[in-house]
Design a protein around this ligand. Structure first.
Ligand code: NAD
Length: 402
């Protein structure tokens, strides 16, 4: 029988990696599930519901993890907690593998097998385990709802006896998972929606949601999508053309939702200060890329910046602002990943270490970082740190997000 442990998250993280629904399924698989008392409360999952699902409630994080073969969390737990895990046990979480390389090294040294769910290969078999999609979708929704709540006008057109209220104009920049949901949500609220991206594949998806696609559609645009389906960093020439197009468009928008990201690089700067100054007072920008440096020039992580009457919202962890759904979907992503690791007949742990999904997400095992890209980055950080001791150089890893 395997044991699965779920400690509480930090004060800043309302989500949890286990729902009563997934607890029940894990218990049915033959697992012993231990949850720290109160860990699900911010997602409105009570201890009682976990008990009914067959889980045990324990009084401390240490009790939840000490005998566990698998520990499920949302964020990186403290190194102390990881050290208290059973030798060789597995930690499955959103480990934010591109940041705080030294912290990651410390976790790796504990000997735990660390899995970063963000690195799940985006292949059809892994769709049900895709935490980036399940969380980005909710972030896109919440960005629009937050913007609508802060916007001091209505979004839909209303024809009343006292006159017509015009529909608000919403512009979505970056049409990945979050952007698509932002478009759909803004359309449902009755706004006139336009959207832009550098990947041509997006054009049809935007139209199918009832929005208008605008972009610089030159030769470079036709090649902008990588084999993995992501955007490339665009040339300076393309950026100039894009900025001119965006500048002309943004000045007539009421709400701008920015979601543009390039894997492993800082977020592209798409909205300049001058563009913000061209917008009408009362307009809203929600910058979903703020954790990676932001798409809007004045955006600040965790803050609402007001400039000339335009508010630039840089709220962090938007999926955490819809924790019930975010936790339920994230817990299902984890369940889908864990299920094949349990032998159906014996209930014993049976990890196929050669499986593409296991190899893709495993970043550390037996005390060492095993993912080449992360090892290179953390190696760079360790070197920079030793330089910093003598030569006051930055300890930031090469290519890391700001
Ligand atoms: P992302 O979060 O990496 O980026 C968000 C969007 O920003 C992307 O659409 C990107 O093209 C866009 N962008 C980047 N630079 C830009 C710029 N300079 N100007 C304008 N837009 C810019 O993207 P994501 O949401 O993770 O989705 C990336 C891809 O992965 C998409 O093709 C998506 O359909 C695909 N995907 C596949 C699966 C799967 O097969 N399992 C699951 C989810 C997503």
């Amino acid at each position: 029988m395997i044991a699965i442990g779920v400690p509480a998250e930090s004060a800043e993280e309302p989500r949890i990696g286990l729902s009563p629904e997934t607890a029940k399924k894990l218990v049915k698989l033959g697992a012993k599930v231990r949850v720290r008392s109160g860990a699900g409360l911010r997602s409105h999952f009570s201890d009682e519901e976990y008990k009914v699902a067959g889980a045990d409630i324990v009084v401390s994080d240490a009790d939840a993890v000490k005998d566990a073969d698998i520990v499920l969390t949302v964020r990186r737990p403290s190194p102390a907690l990881v050290k208290s895990m059973k030798q060789g046990a597995m930690l499955i979480a959103m480990l934010d593998p591109y940041s705080d390389a030294e912290g990651l090294q410390a976790l790796a040294k504990s000997g735990a097998a660390l899995f970063a769910m963000e690195l799940m290969p985006r292949i059809s078999r892994a769709q049900s385990m895709d935490v980036l999609s399940s969380q980005a979708n909710l972030a896109g929704y919440k960005a629009v709802v937050d913007a609508a709540a802060a916007f001091e006008r209505a979004l839909p057109m209303m024809m009343t006896a006292a006159g017509t209220v015009p529909a608000a104009r919403v512009f979505v920049m970056g049409v990945g998972v979050a952007g698509l949901q932002a478009i759909a949500t803004a359309r449902r609220l009755g706004a006139i929606v336009t959207a832009t991206d550098v990947r041509p594949a997006v054009k049809e998806q935007v139209a199918s949601l009832g929005a208008k696609f605008i972009a610089v559609e030159d030769e470079e645009f036709k090649q902008a999508e990588t084999a993995a389906g992501y955007a490339k960093e665009m040339s300076d020439e393309y950026k100039k053309k894009q900025a001119a197009l965006v500048a002309d468009h943004v000045k007539n928008q009421d709400i701008v939702i920015t979601t543009a990201l390039i894997p492993g690089r800082p977020a592209p700067k798409l909205i300049s200060k001058a563009m913000i100054e061209s917008m009408r007072p009362g307009s809203i920008i929600v910058d979903l890329a703020v954790e990676r440096g932001g798409n809007a020039e004045l955006a600040k992580a965790g803050e609402v910046v007001e400039h000339n009457g335009v508010r630039i919202m840089g709220k962090l962890n938007l999926p955490g602002a819809v924790p019930v759904n975010a936790s339920s979907l994230y817990a299902r992503n984890l369940l889908a990943f864990v299920e094949p690791m349990v032998d159906k007949k014996t209930g014993a742990l049976a990890v196929n270490w050669d499986d593409e999904l296991v190899k893709g997400t495993l970043i550390a095992k037996d005390g060492a970082i095993v993912n080449a890209m992360i090892a290179e980055r953390s190696g760079a950080a360790v070197e920079a740190k030793s330089d910093a001791d003598g030569n006051a150089k930055s300890a930031k890893p090469k290519g890391s997000a700001p």
